[in-house]
Write a new protein. Structure first.
Length: 292
């Protein structure tokens, strides 16, 4: 439930981010974040901002299960709840959930780019996210479905590590205790800031991942791999290419985590008695990046 709330709040920002990351520098459609928002709504209606939302909605349950399971068990296996162990446990969770995250984001990216600039799409390559993955598999096989896996791994592993580390440090510093009357605002702030830090830490890798996953749309392939993508992107657009769409991402990071934390807190309040709620340690709820 909390993950779904986060997606509904953050997906329009994610659509803008992807459009800005992969647009042609020689013939740019958008001048910046807010112009991209305006253009999508004007040209494709408000529903254009929610293209590809089916994929993250479908994958969230499995991703959150993997993240929480791996992070919790890794932290217990390491023995001590230290900042370093929080980082290592988070990194392990980020690495393993790539198995689901990569195909999910591939479908999301392809759907977000479909019908760019068209109010009523004349032709649809994909009916929905599942149809997108099926067609990619039929055409390119398992390798095509996992396009961008290495770049996703490079992004997700340290990103989740920094998320858990920052969240742990913030909640300790703010003194988040279950009996504190301000615990909910503190957790919201901690989660929002953690999301921002995790995105900043690996954002260039996300740009490369988006470009690799969008490569081949329209039948034209530009990149032979990660290094080739980095080299060509830098040669054509300079270092600023690795920050393209960052504003939209940071605008998205805080409210997504805020929505996630608010929803899970309200849900727990209804599901548990006051006594049981006091016994529960406030824990992080991760919204993927891709999800973060």
């Amino acid at each position: 439930v909390s993950g779904a709330a986060g997606v509904l709040v953050g997906h329009p920002f994610d659509t803008v981010k992807v459009r800005l990351q992969v647009q042609n520098v020689e013939k740019p459609l958008y001048r910046g974040t807010f112009h991209c928002f305006q253009s999508i709504i004007k040209q494709e209606s408000a529903f254009g901002l929610y293209k590809g939302i089916g994929s993250p909605m479908m994958g969230l349950t499995f991703i959150n299960a993997l993240v929480f399971g791996v992070q919790g068990n890794t932290l217990r296996a390491l023995g001590k709840d230290t900042p370093l162990n929080q980082f290592l446990a988070g990194s392990a969770a980020g690495a393993i959930q790539c198995v689901i995250c990569c195909p999910m984001e591939l479908a999301k990216t392809r759907m977000q780019l479909q019908g760019t600039g068209e109010y009523k799409q004349k032709t649809k390559n994909y009916k929905n996210s599942l149809d997108c993955l099926i067609k990619i598999y039929q055409k390119e096989g398992l390798r095509g479905v996992n396009r961008g896996m290495v770049s996703t791994f490079i992004r997700e592993t340290p990103s989740f590590g920094f998320y858990f580390l920052t969240y742990d440090c913030m909640t300790r510093y703010l003194g988040c205790e279950a009996e504190d009357s301000y615990v909910i605002p503190k957790l919201l702030f901690s989660g929002g800031m953690s999301g921002i830090v995790s995105w900043i830490s690996t954002y260039p890798a996300d740009v490369i991942k988006s470009r690799l996953q969008a490569d081949g749309v329209g039948g034209v392939t530009q990149y032979n791999g990660i290094l080739d993508c980095i080299r060509k992107s830098y040669h054509e657009e300079g270092w600023r290419v690795f920050t393209r769409g960052l504003t939209s991402t940071l605008l998205r990071a805080f409210p997504v985590n805020a929505a996630t934390f608010a929803t899970v807190t309200v849900f727990l309040m209804y599901m548990k008695s006051d006594d049981n709620l006091r016994d529960c340690e406030p824990g992080p709820v991760i919204q993927q990046p891709s999800s973060l």
